[in-house]
Structures are given as C-alpha cells and as structure tokens.
Design a protein around this ligand. Structure first.
Ligand SMILES: NC(=O)C1=CN([C@@H]2O[C@H](COP(=O)(O)OP(=O)(O)OC[C@H]3O[C@@H](n4cnc5c(N)ncnc54)[C@H](O)[C@@H]3O)[C@@H](O)[C@H]2O)C=CC1
Ligand SMILES: CC(C)CCC[C@@H](C)[C@H]1CC[C@H]2[C@@H]3[C@H](O)CC4=CC(=O)CC[C@]4(C)[C@H]3CC[C@]12C
Length: 369
C-alpha cells in the first residue's frame, strides 16, 4: 500500500477500472501513488475484488456507471484531480455494432473531457491504442517505428476508427480552460497488444489448445512481428504519466506515447507460445498449415456466417478478415519518448512479465469451461 509518510491529498478517478487493464491500473495506483487520498473506480460492471481494497489507507470508491451518460460521468469526475480514462469497448470480432463502439469510445471520451472542463479537473490521461496508427488495411509493415514514424493510417474498422477519433478529441482538448480558469492538461498512451494476468484472448486460446489435445496449429508466418507489452508495465506507465503530467504539463500536454517494454518482437502465435508453451501447449508447424488465401476464405466465411446468424445468435470467432490482416501485418514499436519525457522505465522485466503470466495461466489449468 501507499507510503503514508507523504501527504495524501489527491483524488484519482479510473474509468473502466474493473477491466483487464483498469484493474492493474487501480492496484498499481494503490501500491505506487503515495499522494493518493481517494481512488474512484468507475465501471459499467463492478468487480467483487474491489471489496478487498477497502481496508487500506486509501479510500476506494466504487462507482457503477456508464461513460455514455454525461451526468453520471460528471458526478464521478467532480472533485477529482486526475482522470485516467481506460473505459472502452474493445471489439474487433463484431460483437457490438459500429454505432455502439462509437458511442462508448468516442462519445464516452467526449463526456469525460466535458466533465473535466465543467468540474475543474485539470489532468486527463487517455488509454489510446497502437491501432490509432495501424496496422492499416493495406498491410504496410510498421517496423520498430516510433511516435514520429510516417505511416499511412487508414481506419475502416469501427474499433480503430473510434480510438483514433477519441485520441484526437483528448489531445485537442489540451489547453482548454477548466472551471476555475486553469488549463486542461491531457495526454494519450498507445499500448501495443497487451498481455498478462487477466487477458481474455490468452485465456480463450489456452482453453482452445487444451480442447485440441494440447496443440495449436500455426496460422501466421513466424516472420511477422507483432508488438506486445505486459499489462503491469502499461499500468505503471499510466501511474507515472498521471504523476508527471502534474509537473511537466508544458512538455507532456497534448502528447501521445506508445506503451512499450522489453517483451520480445515475435509473431502473435510465437509470442503466445512463450507463455502457453510452459503451460503444456505445442504449436504445430514451422510454417502456416493453411495457405493465406484459404485462411482469408475462412475468415470471409466467418464474417458471412456472423451476418446471417445475427438475428438468431451472436457468432463471433477470433478469425475474421480484420483480425487475420492484423495478425499478418508486422507492427512493432521501438521508441524512448516516454523515457525522455517522463523518465519511464518498465517496472517488470520480460522474465518477470512472462513468469507472472505463466503463473496465471497455470492456475487456470483444469478449469476449462
Ligand atoms: N487489450 C489490449 O490489447 C489493448 C487495449 N487498449 C485499450 O485499453 C483500454 C482497456 O482495455 P481492456 O482492459 O483490454 O478492455 P476490457 O474490456 O477488459 O476493459 C474495459 C472496461 O471498460 C468498461 N466499460 C465498457 N463500456 C463502458 C461504459 N459504457 N461505461 C463504463 N465502463 C465501460 C468495461 O466494463 C471494462 O471493465 C481500452 O480503452 C482499450 O481500447 C489499447 C491497446 C491494446
Ligand atoms: C486466428 C487468427 C489467425 C489469429 C487471430 C489473432 C487475433 C485475435 C489478434 C491478432 C492481433 C490482435 C490485436 C492487436 O494485438 C492489437 C489490439 C489493440 C487493441 O487496442 C485492442 C486489442 C487488439 C485489437 C488485438 C485483438 C486481437 C488480435 C486481433
């Protein structure tokens, strides 16, 4: 828990605080933000684990609410010094409509900005995504790029489009006068594919491998590199950026930072095997077992089935044309902007990150649904 020797005076609000990343941000704040007095956790669905946090020195306030409802957001933001806005609809599988994705990710973010302005909250950290840059639908590689690397960002899919619009809103709001006359200071963090304890897709792939007798079948060439970052480091970066934004607003305000750490550059499947291999799974094939054209055919078929079945049931498999294109396009970042601007160093080494994630997967063994 926080070092109580320092004055505990700050009120933080974490939207989406019960999600995969949000929970790590909440726990990290309690461990590493000594000036915290109250931590508000705002989410559509509150987690039972919040109960166990109520016994520490920091007042943890659970708020069940919806970011699309401006009045609920304003009530939660009022009196907060800092807002960390991680709430979002993460959907590249066609579970939600594009209207709903826009409503939550774009309108929800606008509501958070408006609430800061109306109530006088000065610091806003937004969880953006690497997807605001790419990969684009043309399959252009982004190889070890940084925040200034030119790239043709083309957003056809509702999720990346919504994240790009929301990020733009946040960054453009930097400098707006909030109630009381001070300027709003904002910035955006762009994680690559996050992994770690609580990662739903890793869980699904693990169970799928178990159902297939401990095997997974290679679908993506090993030569494609996909950026990944450990959830603990993403959480740490949020905590640090929120703290430093209060001191270095002139430098950091209006900036976007990729979230990175020392996780290795590998294909999506080869990276997953770094975790799932020690948990008893094997990746079959050194090359994709099916040719790309056949995978694309299956992906299009899945999309068609999704559309046909929609009136009856929700069919949303991992494979669709968008996820296939993503998994097949190299997108890796190599940057030190966060280190230069606010002294970020990953808190967890790759070995720690891997060990922690393996421990979490192993604990699920035998509990397949
Ligand atoms: N998972 C990943 O690999 C990456 C995620 N991100 C971003 O990180 C953020 C968190 O993502 P995850 O933790 O992975 O997703 P998640 O789905 O686990 O967490 C999102 C949280 O937001 C909450 N939420 C959704 N709609 C809401 C609404 N209308 N009002 C209030 N709360 C709402 C959900 O209940 C959930 O707890 C998102 O903004 C996402 O775009 C960015 C890059 C990569
Ligand atoms: C069956 C296929 C051959 C393999 C499917 C893999 C996909 C499910 C995942 C490949 C790339 C992932 C995305 C990527 O890590 C970037 C992301 C950023 C975000 O902001 C949200 C999550 C995601 C879209 C992530 C989702 C799963 C993949 C598409």
């Amino acid at each position: 828990m926080a070092d109580t020797a320092q004055a505990q005076e700050l009120v933080y609000l974490v939207t989406g605080g019960c999600g995969f990343l949000g929970e790590h941000v909440v726990r990290m704040l309690l461990q590493r933000e000594p000036r915290l007095h109250e931590l508000r956790v705002f989410d559509l669905h509150l987690g039972p684990w919040l109960e166990e946090l109520q016994t520490g020195p920091v007042q943890v306030t659970a708020i069940q609410g919806d970011v699309t409802q401006a009045h609920e957001v304003a009530a939660a933001v009022a009196g907060a010094h800092v807002v960390i806005h991680t709430a979002g609809l993460v959907d590249v599988f066609g579970r939600a409509s594009s209207e709903t994705i826009h409503e939550v990710n774009v309108q929800g973010t606008q509501n958070v900005i408006d609430a800061c302005v109306q109530t006088g909250t000065q610091f806003l950290v937004y969880t953006s995504s690497m997807e605001v840059v790419g990969p684009n639908i043309k399959g252009h590689p982004f190889y070890r790029g940084d925040e200034d690397t030119p790239y043709e960002a083309v957003h056809k899919h509702p999720y990346p489009r919504s994240k790009a619009l929301a990020e733009q809103l946040v960054l453009e709001a930097n400098g707006r006068k909030v109630r009381g006359g001070r300027p709003l200071v904002t910035c955006a963090l762009r994680p690559t594919g996050i992994y770690g304890e609580g990662h739903q897709i890793m869980r699904d792939i693990f169970y799928q491998g178990q159902r297939l007798g401990g095997r997974l079948f290679r679908a993506i060439p090993a030569s494609v590199e996909h950026g990944r970052v450990y959830v603990g480091n993403v959480a740490w970066m949020h905590v640090l950026v929120a703290r430093e934004l209060q001191q270095r607003g002139a430098l950091m305000g209006g900036q976007a930072y990729f979230c990175y750490d020392s996780s290795p550059y590998k294909s999506y499947e080869d990276f997953n095997m770094e975790i799932l291999g020690p948990c008893g799974l094997r990746l079959v094939g050194t090359r994709p077992l099916l040719p790309y054209w056949l995978l694309m055919f299956l992906a299009v078929l899945n999309a068609l089935l999704q559309w046909l079945l929609r009136p009856l049931l929700l069919y949303a498999p991992l494979l669709n044309p968008y996820t296939l294109a993503m998994a097949n396009t190299t997108f890796t970042v190599s940057t030190n902007k966060a280190q230069r601007h606010f002294g970020y160093e990953p808190l967890f080494s790759w070995e720690d990150s891997r060990t922690r994630t393996i421990g979490w997967v192993r604990a699920m063994d035998g509990s397949a649904p």
